[in-house]
Design a binder for this molecule. Structure first.
Ligand SMILES: O=C(O)CCC(=O)C(=O)O
Length: 271
């Protein structure tokens, strides 16, 4: 049961205007509710390029190939056989339409603010298995998380330890927490990891006020924490030119990545 709320035309427009890496928002195929997640779930199968059951993967793969661009494909509800839960899965495609990274949201957004927002993502989403999601491009390595994953600096730092110079977070960041936290978290992750930080938030859903509402505010931040471009709540395309020399320069100028006191603390990877 599909009713796609994704507009292929926006990707085509971005590509025509010179975008090379195109990022989509978290759960761009469905409103963010338990019912929709389960109704819209799709398997991810090895023959996704031709298999009608893998509608999102098939569509994004074809689009990446036809546009000859990288697509960081937001996320979709991935069916888990025999379970009434899904993975919140982001697929990244190279210019040939091959999957180069699969990220399953690791940290789930369970929140209970009396009089504010109550939301238990873990009731219908299963946390992704332990994994660092990072992929190579001809420019640099790009690390990947989804939305609430941005609150966990340990994960981002491990991506940087593995060579990431950009980190991307497709998001559907809650309206309630977004105003005070989203911008700050993005800037913090950009500065403390000295990376370009891309985030793509869902636009506000003005047709259905009952569903989870997103703070929007997609942006690209430089390793200095400077906002290079930013959206508000509405559907739009934003563009940024990325100069990776900035990563090298800031890492030489402010040597935080080398100044850790390993005699005092360490960050241990379990995988
Ligand atoms: O961390 C937050 O406050 C918002 C996260 C969120 O909305 C999500 O992960 O869906």
């Amino acid at each position: 049961m599909q009713s796609r709320i994704f507009k292929v035309g926006l990707c085509q427009e971005a590509a025509q205007n010179g975008a090379d890496i195109i990022v989509l928002p978290e759960m761009f195929v469905a409103p963010y509710t338990r019912k929709h997640m389960l109704d819209y779930r799709e398997p991810l199968l090895p023959d996704f390029k031709t298999n009608e059951k893998c509608e999102t993967a098939k569509m994004l793969s074809g689009l990446a190939k036809s546009l000859n661009k990288y697509i960081i494909g937001g996320s979709f509800p991935q069916e888990i056989e025999g379970e009434e839960r899904v993975y919140n899965t982001s697929l990244c495609f190279n210019r040939e339409g091959d999957i180069v990274a699969e990220h399953r949201k690791l940290h789930l957004f369970d929140i209970n603010i009396p009089g504010g927002v109550t939301f238990y993502e873990s009731e219908y989403v299963k946390p992704g298995p332990p994994q660092y999601s990072i992929f190579e491009t001809e420019y640099c390595k790009i690390g990947l998380g989804i939305c609430y994953d941005i609150r966990f600096p340990e994960y981002a730092l491990q991506l940087v330890n593995q060579g990431a110079e950009m980190i991307c977070y497709p998001a559907n960041f809650a309206l309630k927490t977004g105003e005070l936290h989203f911008d700050t978290l993005k800037r913090a992750r950009a500065i403390d990891n000295q990376v370009f930080l891309m985030s793509c938030g869902s636009a506000i859903n003005s047709e259905d006020k009952e569903v989870f509402q997103s703070w929007g505010h997609s942006s690209v931040m430089s390793p200095w924490g400077k906002t290079l471009c930013e959206a508000a709540f509405e559907e739009t395309i934003i563009y940024a030119d990325i100069d990776l020399k900035e990563v090298t320069e800031i890492r030489q100028q402010i040597m935080v990545l080398n100044h850790r006191r390993k005699d005092l603390y360490t960050l241990e990877s379990k995988i």
